[in-house]
Design a protein around this ligand. Sequence first.
Ligand code: ZN
Length: 275
Amino acid sequence: MKICFNQATTMKNSTLALDLECCEKTGYDFIEIRLDKLKDYLEDHTVADLAQFFASSNLKPYSFNALEFISFRDEAGDKEIKDGLRLCCEVGAAIGCGKTVVVPTFDVGPYSKAEIKQETVRALRELSDIAAPFGMKLAFEFVGYPNCSVNTLEQAYDIVAATDRENVGFVLDCFHFHAMNSKWEELEAIDPAKLFIFHLDDSEDLPPGALRDDKRLWPGEGAVDLARIFGILKAKGYAEMASIELFRPAYWDMDIAECIQTAYEKTKETIEKYM
Ligand code: ZN
């Protein structure tokens, strides 16, 4: 299983240039690039600089994170998402990054699950059409918050299956899976080929619906049943990658190199323990 760094883990105080340098030194295989950090980077670098970095490094780009709130958008919001996707496709083609994380919308109002499914499938298919000519894949990430329109694995997987496009799959994030009590039998039933990205994290022990991203913990230090998640993935033959993704303010305040090193060690220990 390859080890990947998600830039959320150092989000508050780092930059793409610094994360790249530290991840390469630490020995990561991949990085998930945050779009806000990419835009900051391009203020004083070029896409060619980024391509040059990856061409001369062991570290490779895995995905862009994230196009947020893809469904239930007005015309201006829809354009913003599509422009964002075009940027991912263009930069991705230049640097060899073939995946983009896409996130459903929050607080959409009292729509039924069937209505949410219909609208989200529509949005995913439109984005799929834009991404396909670039060879870009879309990884749909449900969020385990009560007010997210898609907040369990079963709902997300059903939407991805109904979208029925080769370049649309899903993200399994251990925190989000745990946070709204997604069902184990759903995880046991997934097609691992549709698992495009695996986000590794742990969580404080709060009741379902009460967890927020700041309660994430280093893997192995919280309440998420990582043994069971890894056991299921292993049984399914999924062994591609694990990306450490934390949003914990105390970790943001660590020295960047130390945070990235610790994240690597915790991820490696977890993979070695369960795989
Ligand atoms: Zn995630």
